[in-house]
Design a protein around this ligand. Structure first.
Ligand SMILES: Nc1ncnc2c1ncn2[C@@H]1O[C@H](COP(=O)(O)OP(=O)(O)OP(=O)(O)O)[C@@H](O)[C@H]1O
Ligand SMILES: [Mg+2]
Length: 236
């Protein structure tokens, strides 16, 4: 599904990803872990095509196609979705309007509205929040749920959740976790996380550990739990 070949990425001329080789397969869930500043979000941004991150070397291959130079909109259209670690506010546009633009009128507005309302209910998102400008006045946890709602409507083949479990309460975590567990079928899910608690709901097939811009270790789902219990010393 997604192949990273000797990927080196800079931001502000600083080398952050120092050579990543990895293949993410279809129908699999990956936990990506690593200390603060190890390059997890940079990896997510690079895959999504964020303009602030420059690929200096290597390739990003999505479904057999080299997308290294492609802009983020094209990547999104091809089926890549990034749920942000810190979702931003968008003035004057609510989530339904934003989704309508993203779907380029390929969906009936009334059907879209119904779909959004159904998912919002499943995720326990207040109705008022989906009518307001995106994320305006929304709490941290509510923003994370709105990211998941967008992913669910757009139905991409590859989804990167960057710390969707950070700052959410226990009930929200359970809803988010169970929703992703249902949602994962037929897709590739990359869960960037610091904690193994979401992995109680969405068990990863593999755990990938980034340290200082490199993959330091790849293991099974048990590696994530081991790291939470014992810290990153277990990988050295
Ligand atoms: N736009 C940028 N300009 C300069 N440095 C950057 C930029 N983006 C990221 N970095 C640096 O790259 C390193 C990796 O950052 P990144 O956000 O990818 O880490 P992370 O693994 O997601 O950390 P966290 O767990 O804290 O979210 C950090 O040292 C960060 O300061
Ligand atoms: Mg990050």
């Amino acid at each position: 599904m997604l192949k990273l070949e000797s990927l080196k990425v800079t931001a502000d001329s600083k080398l952050i990803l120092k050579g990543i080789d990895f293949e993410f397969e279809k129908d699999k869930v990956y936990a990506v872990m690593g200390p603060n500043g190890s390059g997890k979000s940079t990896l997510a941004y690079s895959i999504a095509g964020h303009p602030g991150y420059e690929v200096e070397e290597g390739k990003i291959i999505f479904k057999g196609e080299d997308i290294t130079e492609e802009d983020p909109e094209k990547r999104a259209k091809k089926g890549i979705f990034l749920s942000f670690q810190s979702p931003l506010q968008l003035s004057g546009v609510n989530v339904v309007q934003l989704l309508r633009v993203a779907l380029e009128g390929e969906v009936d507005p009334l059907e879209l509205q119904k779909k959004v309302e159904k998912i919002a209910k499943e995720l326990d998102i207040r109705e008022e929040l989906i009518k307001r400008s995106l994320n305006e006045g929304a709490s941290g946890g509510e923003r994370k749920k709105l990211e998941l709602l967008q992913a669910a409507v757009l139905s991409p083949e590859l989804v990167i959740f960057d710390e969707i479990d950070t700052g959410v309460d226990v009930d929200a975590l359970s809803r988010i976790g169970k929703f992703i567990q249902k949602f994962k079928k037929g897709r590739t899910i990359i869960l960037i996380t610091h904690y193994s608690r979401i992995l109680k709901y969405v068990e990863p097939d593999k755990t990938v550990v980034l340290v200082d811009g490199r993959i330091a270790k790849v293991g099974g789902g048990d590696l994530a739990h081991l790291i939470e219990e014992q810290g990153y010393s277990v990988i050295s």
